[in-house]
Design a protein around this ligand. Structure first.
Ligand code: HEC
Ligand code: HEC
Length: 405
């Protein structure tokens, strides 16, 4: 007991010194938010914990068990970050100062008003370099176990080292990133607020990764009209939409086998047999991640949450509309596979021969999965001092309605 108290006293003294050594607050000093984003509850230890009705349900139980079950539990969520870490992550996410030349932020390719995608067939990075894949939505990434279309990363922290250090995306290096952020007084102050128990006054890489992960994990979309229906409010869906839900879950269309509620992804990779866009080399996808030839052309099953916001569709932006995407499934197993490729198409992809009416109802249904009620607010000014209008995505950001502090 005495020993514990002694340690506390030492830590307390060290903290006091650290505070004293810290430079005076920057002129444009920012105080990080001390409340959790909507949907999260603040614990006594200053941590934000997700609260969702789905947490009341148990896997495979409830009224309607099975893959298409409405009352199915959620997988484990990455929560437990502090409000200050989430808020710091928000600034970092929108700040192009993280890139090599101060022109590209995470939000350049993951724009809030486009479902945290970018509206392009494939993304465009540093110096207008066109990438080979499309930017996925970031809603509900807090639940995922694998990241990227080919499932090659296993945590959000690992994932972001891709775009940060890829010369085609943000093009920075670990050294440059640390040097840049540590040179900005406002960021030094913000990191101290977000990580008050740190022993060093310098910004560290894992703090950057934690803060951005905290922000990404706050992007929860689980309160669409579909969810209200699933929780028992029958009037939330129109007749046509319920018809669409039933087709979606049917053994004919089989959509729910892969796009499994409540996340509308089973988080697996699957070969559905898409052709490459014209002129592009065939993308081997998860074959390269798992060194498994049977996974040639396999991609992670994307969630269909906020799918109405993220056209064009697929890993290479093949289809401009949901109707075209759904018509692909109906047009016959393997009809797009290039003659030079032998793909092991997933057994749930077959020839459902959906009618036009059924395809329209599927479109109606997937559009009920839109919920942006927990949309974070884009920062009004950035700690780096980079002007908002210099960042090419900020124009669209300023049009968003603020609904978090
Ligand atoms: C130049 C555009 C661009 C930038 C900048 C960018 N991303 Fe992405 N992001 C993409 C693309 C494209 C993919 C898919 C790449 C792939 O699968 O190979 C992706 C994938 C992701 C994923 C995986 C989602 C999933 O469902 O698997 C996450 C998470 C993510 N990005 C977060 C970030 C964060 C955080 C930043 C900033 C540090 C960032 N991105 C910067 C384009 C970008
Ligand atoms: C065998 C698993 C599987 C089945 C069954 C399946 N999908 Fe998919 N779906 C996928 C995969 C994998 C992708 C991503 C493919 C790619 O990008 O190469 C995808 C992509 C999509 C997309 C585009 C998502 C985006 O973010 O670009 C939509 C929309 C979609 N599917 C709807 C449906 C509907 C509706 C059905 C039922 C008719 C269905 N899917 C059946 C696995 C499946």
């Amino acid at each position: 007991m005495m020993r514990a108290l002694f340690f506390l006293a030492v830590i307390g003294a060290a903290a006091a010194v650290a505070v004293a050594l810290r430079s005076t607050p920057a002129a444009n000093s920012i105080t990080l938010c001390n409340t959790c984003p909507p949907g999260f509850e603040l614990t006594d230890n200053n941590l934000c914990k997700l609260r969702s009705l789905y947490q009341l349900y148990e896997s495979g139980q409830g009224n309607e068990p099975g893959v298409g079950g409405l009352k199915t539990a959620l997988p484990n969520v990455r929560d437990g970050f502090t409000p200050q870490q989430i808020d710091l992550g928000r600034y970092l996410f929108f700040d192009p100062v993280l890139s090599n030349d101060g022109t590209v932020s995470c939000a350049t390719c993951h724009q809030p008003d486009k479902g945290f995608s970018d509206g392009l067939k494939t993304s465009v990075g540093l110096h207008n370099t066109t990438l080979k894949r499309a930017a996925p939505s970031l809603w509900n990434v807090a639940f995922y176990k694998k990241f990227f279309w080919d499932a090659r990363a296993t945590s959000l922290e690992e994932q972001m080292t891709g775009p940060l250090y890829s010369p085609d995306e943000m093009g920075t290096t670990r050294e440059q990133l640390l040097k840049t952020l540590n040179a900005i007084e406002s960021y030094r102050d913000l990191f101290q607020q977000a990580f008050p128990s740190r022993t060093s006054g310098a910004i560290a890489l894992d703090e950057i990764y934690t803060a951005i992960t905290a922000f990404e994990s706050s992007l929860i979309s689980l309160n669409s009209r579909y969810d209200q229906y699933a929780h028992g409010y029958h009037e939330a869906l129109r007749k046509e939409e319920i018809e669409g839900l039933n087709i979606f879950r049917s053994f004919v269309a089989r959509c729910a086998e892969c796009h499994t509620p409540p996340l509308f992804t089973n988080q697996q990779v699957a070969v559905i047999g898409l052709a490459s866009p014209e002129g592009a080399a065939f993308d081997a996808g998860a074959q390269e991640t798992f060194h498994d030839a049977s996974l040639r052309g396999a991609f992670k099953v994307p969630s269909l949450r906020n799918i109405d916001r993220t056209a064009p569709y697929t890993h290479a932006g093949r289809f401009n509309s949901l109707r075209e995407m759904i018509a692909f499934y109906s047009a016959g197993r393997g009809h797009e596979v290039p003659p030079t490729e032998k793909l092991h198409i997933h057994w749930h992809i077959w020839e459902p021969k959906l009618t036009d009416y059924e395809m329209d109802r599927l479109v109606d249904f997937v559009k009920t999965l839109t919920d942006e009620s927990f949309m974070p607010r884009a920062p009004e000014s950035l700690p780096s001092g980079i002007a908002i209008d210099k960042n090419k995505n900020q124009k669209t950001l300023s049009s968003l309605s603020p609904n978090t502090p």
